[in-house]
Design a protein. Sequence first.
Length: 306
Amino acid sequence: MAAPMFERVALIGLGLIGSSLAHVMRREGLAGHIAGHARSAETRAEVARLGFADSVHEHPQDAVRGADLVILCVPVGSCGAVAKAIAGDLKAGAILTDVGSVKAAVVADVSPHVPDGVHFVPGHPIAGTEQSGPNSGFAELFTNRWCILTPAADADAKAVEKLTAFWRACGSHVDVMAVDHHDMVLGITSHLPHLIAYSIVSTAADLEEVTKSEVIKYSAAGFRDFTRIAASDPIMWRDVFLTNKDAVLELLSRFSEDLSALQKAIRWGDEDQLVELFTRSREIRRRIIEAGQDTDEPDFGRSHSE
Ligand code: NAP
């Protein structure tokens, strides 16, 4: 059997992303030893029970000691504090990366703590579900999804190459881009849609008082598709909006302008404008399916047998 890509990998944070990485590393034989850390005793006990890590540590320093690859899988707002805590125990030559949904803030918070000789290569797998915690992970999460790396201009080329090979072995395609560009692209593809979903669900929840549960009863009319996104982890998303503030506020003002234009088109009965916009939206959906980023089955492939 071929030698694993890394002798020891440390996963700091063992929720959806951390546990999914552990599962795929096991399946592909990418790590000689998987060491994990989560902050609560409850999560550590659950991970020990599930058995997807070879060792589970109370202190992050113990998990990273001797690791050739350290992956921060904690909410964006916690990355700086974790990096500070582990800095003194990182092995010379190790690759330090993260999976955070925002990159500029992680780079600003983590970089000051990275010791000389440790290669920091920020990353973000564009893969997830609305579930969280160590029970939610699965090995296929990254299959055919993109992972974006945002290395600094002077980053160690070999470290970037090795991390690229790692994500490919996890089933992903890899792109490299600048930090600010990442935050703008993800602002529109992920952060704004989540904000809109949270907002619609909250508006409907207020209306529910008036409509006596009809919002829930008739949710299959469209509303429930927003609730999937709005069921995502509150702490993770609090951190995303607070750390990608500039990009989100810029995109939100453009969204508000477009929404006002739609409002006007409805008020004035501008049929052409409505049809043109709705036709354009269908085209985007078709391109997502062609790119292999969703299924073309009706209703997102939901089973209608029951
Ligand atoms: P999650 O399921 O909520 O898991 C978070 C993990 O981090 C838990 O194990 C938690 O431990 C641990 N943790 C939180 N704060 C910590 C701290 N200060 N020190 C040590 N451990 C800490 O979250 P997730 O969905 O895996 O997200 C993790 C990261 O991936 C986030 O940065 C997120 O932006 C990014 N990401 C998420 C998705 C997605 O769809 N969910 C997709 C791509 C990237 P306890 O359980 O003990 O609290």
